[in-house]
Design a protein around this ligand. Structure first.
Ligand code: GLU
Length: 272
């Protein structure tokens, strides 16, 4: 069997827990435990929440679990030029627009969509005034323009089957945040393409995000990887684990002398 080229992409905003161990293990198995087919990506775009010490302890945890990778980890924070280049292209194609609205204004418009759209809410003058005052714009997908293109109406998940892809449900998603200049969606699509990922494995909590990413692959004319979302590790009450849930941190198991096999088995037993 030819291994897929897969990735594990933690955000260095806390310690990895059992849920991450399971996710990393799924990606590693799909790569046939071959370091030349496995990519570690550090999703550190949100610089206000990411810390180097978490990045290092996440890498230590993954090595402890037995995972390894040949290429140097891909750091999103080092790829801002690449994201900007894609934004320039989407702008030239008329597929995105700058949005100067505040969060409160956006919420008000979305709760009464028949009155105006996010794109048309400000007059040209208001738009210029805000730009002149130095207000930074977020960039949103222009679904009205995008609808003119011929696009798929569904996508396939290897575990969950055919899923809908609806521009109406999606709305004018932000693909460049005003504070960061890029977004999770944009970076993930470009990173997966540039690192030649053939299969994206990740938790089912991210399944709702996938249509936006598939759409971006189409708009940027990039091949679409396979997707396989997996069920999540949950605690006794059925809640999915959070990074602040220290009791389930891999570091805790490591420090108390548990083996990686024990941790993987435990994570598998908590999948729901
Ligand atoms: N960095 C994301 C997370 O930690 C994962 C992104 C992805 O797999 O697409 O949830």
């Amino acid at each position: 069997m030819t291994p897929y080229r897969t990735r594990f992409a933690p955000s260095p905003t806390g310690e990895l827990h059992l849920g991450h161990a399971y996710s990393a293990w799924v990606a590693w198995q799909a790569a046939c435990c071959d370091p030349s087919h496995f990519v570690l990506r550090i999703d550190d775009l949100d610089f206000t929440r990411c810390h180097d010490h978490f990045r290092q302890s996440q890498i230590d945890d993954l090595h402890w679990l037995g995972l390894s990778w040949d290429a140097a980890p891909l750091l999103q924070s080092a790829r801002m030029d690449r994201y900007q280049q894609a934004l320039d292209y989407l702008q030239d194609e008329g597929l995105i627009y700058p949005c100067y609205l505040t969060r409160r204004e956006v919420n008000a418009i979305l709760s009464a969509p028949q009155e105006t759209s996010l794109k048309d809410a400000l007059s040209d003058k208001e738009l210029n005034d805000r730009a002149q005052k130095g207000t930074k714009a977020a960039w949103r997908l222009d679904t009205t323009q995008i609808k003119q293109r011929s696009l798929p109406t569904s996508w396939h998940d290897m575990g969950y089957g055919t899923q809908p892809l609806s521009l109406d449900t999606m709305g004018d998603v932000v693909i460049a945040r005003r504070d960061i200049g890029a977004s999770y969606h944009l970076s993930v699509v470009l990173d997966d393409f540039d690192s030649e990922i053939t299969l994206v494995t990740r938790g089912a909590d991210l399944m709702a995000e996938t249509p936006v990413q598939i759409l971006l692959h189409h708009l940027l004319d990039l091949p679409i990887p396979h997707y396989a979302h997996h069920a999540l590790v949950r605690d006794d009450t059925g809640k999915r684990l959070a990074k602040r849930d220290d009791a389930r941190a891999l570091k805790t198991y490591r420090d108390q002398g548990d083996s990686p096999e024990y941790v993987i088995n435990l994570s598998q037993s908590l999948i729901k």
